[in-house]
Design a protein around this ligand. Structure first.
Ligand code: SDX
Length: 422
């Protein structure tokens, strides 16, 4: 059987045979056969926008691999910075390569004093940290004008290094601004997550001692969020990057997309939902309200996974480790009961709705004392290497500017009518 499909235009009887390659077919084949006819797919539910070698998802079987390595193995054996290297370079680093990479990331955590002093002070006291992150990441581009030189690979990787190094600093500053606390400078003697926790929580002590269990749990959570193929925010990164904008501006666009409650904002929305449910007794009524279309079960459902999100399983397993240190999050019991009921209810089963990565992460973040409006900021930190890997891959593929067509459904041509005659 040929690995191909044949498309026939019944108006003319003409056909074209199109090979099936890597699970895709080249849409340009339609162009030859059907000029001026567009494949309409709002939300890209069955459209591939790119060829990519970075992350592989098998939604039916709940499989996630970064550069071929199963997420379960990376979560158990790797570190976030090693995963960043893997996503960006395609291979796990050797010892020398890794040491050099960690040194570079560790020694680029500072940001320009103008950002630190003036930029953040311009925000209102109750500014949402994600609004600050979108602005701050875009603002960084003004300090590195050479970042526009995207054709030079070495220069690209200098900017990539800056973004991965500086995002924790920007994130902690967003938090410290929101609580009116003085900023804490990066401590380059600490690991990536320990340094972030120090910038978040240090008060007056000379050095901050992060709990190793919490630092490790956060490292694993960052690994789990590092990439996820062509999700909404990564698509935004590739689209903005396709215009040859600098990586800071493209990352700001991706951060803005992640902010949405349908995407990265869901981890915050889950906690709001659990708080609203409030107790076991209210769960059945809440489930019925969702089934009646009065809202969504946040943290459930996924465009790709039609099985349990493998990340949600890993997060759930790590929750117990964290709670041994922080104390059990009382909302966990409601979340577990909600999952148990939803997974046995036909409404959710028939729609393949399972917990996604956001269903349990918020419970861990909350137990670690992160305020809810910081949850998506943590997602931003985790996803940055994924965004940058896709941005770099698209440039190396010499991708064309993203410019989809449309199916026009508006009015036919008509003439202007002066206002007095309308
Ligand atoms: C992330 O793409 C990625 O990879 C994203 C992500 C990543 O790592 O980058 O995995 C991170 O964004 C995870 C998703 C976080 N979002 C949420 O948890 C918000 C709640 N979930 C949804 O709103 C929804 O499930 C989406 C947005 C995640 C997916 O939406 P789709 O694929 O467009 O599905 P849909 O809206 O077309 O829904 C299909 C059906 C509908 O019912 P019917 O119209 O067929 O009757 O399923 C229902 C929906 O009403 N449905 C839900 C539901 N999600 C879908 N019903 C109740 N609760 C839900 N959560």
């Amino acid at each position: 059987m040929p690995e191909s499909v044949t498309i026939t235009d019944n108006r003319t009887g003409e056909s074209v045979e199109v090979p099936l390659v890597n699970g895709g077919i080249d849409a340009k084949a339609w162009k030859r056969l059907l000029p001026g006819i567009w494949m309409l797919d709002p939300g890209f539910s069955i459209t591939a926008s790119a060829e990519s070698a970075i992350t592989e998802l098998d939604g039916g079987n709940g499989i996630l691999r970064y550069r071929g390595y199963p997420i379960e193995e990376l979560a158990e054996h790797s570190t976030f910075l090693e995963v960043c290297y893997l996503l960006l370079n395609g291979e796990l680093p050797g010892e020398t390569q890794f040491d050099s990479w960690v040194h570079d990331i560790t020694h680029h955590t500072f940001i320009h004093e103008n950002m630190r002093r003036r930029f953040y002070e311009g925000f209102h006291y109750d500014a949402h940290p994600m609004g600050m992150m979108v602005s701050a990441i875009a603002g960084l581009s003004t300090f590195y004008p050479e970042a526009k030189n995207i054709d030079d690979r070495d220069n690209r990787f200098i900017q990539i290094n800056r973004l991965i190094s500086k995002v924790p600093t920007l994130a902690a500053m967003a938090y410290r601004t929101s609580v009116g606390m003085p900023f804490v400078y990066p401590d380059n003697t600490l690991s990536y997550t320990e340094n972030f926790l120090s910038m978040m929580w240090r008060i007056a002590e000379p050095n901050y001692e992060a709990d190793p269990v919490l630092a490790k749990a956060l490292d694993v959570l960052l690994i789990l969020h590092a990439d996820h193929e062509q999700n909404c925010s990564t698509t935004a990164m590739r689209v903005v990057g396709s215009a040859h904008a600098d990586p800071f501006s493209a990352a700001a666009g991706a951060t803005a997309a992640l902010y949405g409650p349908r995407h990265g904002g869901a981890n915050e929305a889950v906690i709001h939902m659990l708080n609203e449910i409030g107790s076991y007794d209210n769960i059945p009524a809440f489930i019925e309200s969702v089934k009646a279309g009065e809202g969504r079960l946040m943290g459930f459902g996924h465009r790709v996974y039609k099985a349990y999100d493998p990340r949600a399983r890993i997060v759930k397993n790590h929750a117990d480790e964290v709670f041994k240190v922080t104390g059990r999050n009382p909302l966990l019991d409601i979340a577990l009961k909600l999952e148990e009921i939803a997974l046995s209810d036909d409404y959710f089963k028939s729609r393949n709705l399972y917990p996604n990565v956001d269903f349990y992460t918020g419970l861990i973040y909350q137990a670690m004392n992160f305020p809810m409006d910081m949850f998506t900021v943590l997602f931003t930190m985790g996803r940055m290497p994924g965004w940058l890997s896709h941005w770099n891959e698209a440039i190396e593929q010499e991708s064309r500017i993203s410019r989809p067509r449309q199916v026009y459904v508006g009015p036919a041509e008509r003439s202007y009518v002066p206002i007095g005659q309308r």
